[in-house]
Design a protein around this ligand. Structure first.
Ligand SMILES: Nc1ncnc2c1ncn2[C@@H]1O[C@H](COP(=O)(O)OP(=O)(O)OP(=O)(O)O)[C@@H](O)[C@H]1O
Ligand SMILES: [Mg+2]
Length: 265
């Protein structure tokens, strides 16, 4: 792959980083879902470069392709066309096993529904990726407890999910996503089930994780308040990037809402 090729994505120069520090480089990504005779073009020529350590929010109407973009970048579903490098790796060219290992080690994924195991405590849920790998809880307990403290949940470590609020459950999921010290956190509407106070706690936490730990974060959100925490907002419409902008100064949800309306409206 010629590095120079990646320097200037044609369709979205505003999302460009230099190829050298881009942790995600996508070029002309297309994704077609085929169910029976129906074909849905979910991604229609996405080109973007995301620099390491950036917090990027992805906005767009329902069905615009936000989750699909996240799942393609996360190697959960392959693109139909185009090229994608994540940390310089072409996930589509990897074996299933290599891709699974890459995902487990380098990516942390957070979903709207938290995806915690109901029979495990918060501590066990955070430790789960290492328990699955054959480690004992004793061996990883210090690291798990450090992460629980990071998300302000140490007093709740022995609670099961049904004894935790939605915001607390999502913080367990964030701690779990950090366990393997991934380079990239992918979050699909992480606050979709939360009230405004709990949502603000999650966004603040993600912002901190990005700054303190140098993680790259891609977060799908419908909420201008959440997108205002990001370094850059990318707006999707009908599977295409219709624009991107920097929410200057952070925290200005009204500005984000206006710019979003201009682009997506
Ligand atoms: N597994 C699938 N099979 C067929 N079509 C799909 C599949 N997943 C998504 N789609 C379609 O692809 C398009 C993009 O879907 P996607 O889930 O990426 O949208 P989204 O922007 O995340 O929407 P929402 O805000 O509602 O979550 C939609 O038209 C959707 O119906
Ligand atoms: Mg979605």
């Amino acid at each position: 792959m010629d590095v120079a090729e990646w320097k200037q994505p044609e369709s979205e120069p505003g999302v460009a980083a230099t190829a050298e520090n881009a942790v995600v480089s996508a070029r002309d990504l297309r994704k077609v879902y085929a169910t029976g005779s129906e074909r849905v073009l979910a991604l229609d020529g996405i080109s973007l470069e995301i620099p390491a350590g950036h917090f990027v929010a992805i906005m767009g109407a329902s069905g615009s392709g936000k989750s699909t973009l996240l799942y393609v970048i996360g190697g959960l579903t392959p693109p139909t066309d185009g090229t994608l490098l994540v940390e310089g790796q072409n996930l589509a060219a990897m074996s299933d096993r290599a891709r699974t290992i890459f995902r487990r080690r380098r990516l942390g994924i957070i979903f709207q529904e938290y995806n915690l195991l109901p029979t495990l405590t918060a501590r066990e849920n955070v430790a789960l990726p290492l328990l699955v790998d054959g480690q004992s809880l004793g061996a990883c307990r210090a690291r798990v407890d450090e992460l629980l403290a990071k998300v302000h949940l140490q007093p709740r470590a022995d609670h099961r999910p049904d004894a935790l609020s939605g915001g607390e459950q999502q913080r367990v999921a964030i701690a779990r996503a950090l366990l393997n010290d991934p380079a990239i956190i992918l979050a699909d509407e992480p606050t979709g089930n939360l009230d405004s106070k709990q949502s603000a706690e999650i966004w603040t936490l993600l912002r901190q994780i990005c700054g303190e730990r140098g993680k790259t974060i891609l977060m799908v959100t419908h909420e201008a308040h959440g997108a205002a925490f990001a370094d850059r907002v990318i707006v999707l419409k009908d599977g295409q990037i219709v624009g991107s902008f920097e929410p200057k100064g952070g925290g200005d949800a009204a500005l984000v809402a206006n710019r979003y309306q201009e682009l997506a409206g």
